[in-house]
Write a protein that binds this ligand. Structure first.
Ligand SMILES: [Zn+2]
Length: 242
């Protein structure tokens, strides 16, 4: 049974009730709806707790995509939950909020560096994108200044759904996107950041770029002849060697 992805419309919800719809092996629990983001698109799966009706707190160690639209919450194998049980889902909010801030920051990094992205990863402490830059050289201070300007501009962040048909009807739309949208699913979730970024994305973001906060470009490293890895950290994180 598929799981309603409540985090999509309500990325700031850190608690909700849900009903257990399936219990798998190795501690996997599926619910009818979830605020837990499943690992994907470079963003880690959420952790937190499920609270039972009698007040028992069961840690959720990880969240992954299952088959047929189900979201798999990974709990300790002795969780004791059964189909039909109602639980209160409570996120490790400080970790997830850091993911939302860093995820949004990486969208902005790709605006500041308008070249092909070949990989990336989001963490609560740091995030990185790999760019296919060829001969282009990057200056750490320059990239940092552009990022800070994008954050400080207080651009609103929206998500919206468009259909494949709408996309086909407006080829101009595709040209404004920084990433080509996947076709064939019928509907595509698009994320818009002010007038600076528009691309397909299923992740969780903050509502305004100003929430990203102060960042530093920790390092710019060579990853082969054409690729550069740009790593961002929060401004309060200690310096690292580049
Ligand atoms: Zn995104």
């Amino acid at each position: 049974m598929s799981t309603t992805l409540a985090f999509r419309d309500s990325p700031y919800a850190h608690e909700q009730t849900a009903t257990v719809t399936a219990v798998g092996s190795d501690g996997v629990v599926v619910t009818d709806s979830t605020i837990f983001y499943p690992h994907g698109g470079g963003q880690p799966g959420d952790s937190g707790v499920f609270v039972t009706a009698d007040g028992r707190e069961i840690p959720v160690e990880d969240t992954r995509k299952g088959e047929a639209g189900a979201v798999h919450h990974h709990l300790a194998a002795d969780h004791g939950l059964a189909v039909g049980d109602v639980v209160t889902q409570r996120l490790d909010w400080s970790r997830r909020y850091a993911h939302m801030r860093m995820h949004t920051a990486l969208h902005l990094l790709a605006v500041a560096i308008p070249h092909g992205v070949t990989g990336g990863s989001i963490g609560a402490e740091r995030g990185r994108l790999d760019f296919d830059l060829g001969e282009v050289t990057l200056d750490k201070a320059e990239v940092a200044a552009q990022l800070t300007a994008l954050v400080d501009a207080d651009h609103p962040v929206f998500s919206e759904w468009i259909s494949d048909a709408e996309l086909d009807a407006s080829p101009a739309l595709v040209r404004t996107m920084s990433v080509a949208p996947p076709r064939g699913a019928g509907e595509i979730r698009m994320v818009r950041i002010g007038d600076v970024d528009y691309q397909p994305c299923g992740g969780t973001h903050v509502a305004s770029t100003v929430e990203v906060g102060a960042l530093r470009v920790a390092s710019i490293k060579n990853r082969g002849a054409r690729n550069r890895r740009v790593t961002l950290v929060w401004d309060e994180t200690p310096e690292e060697q580049s």
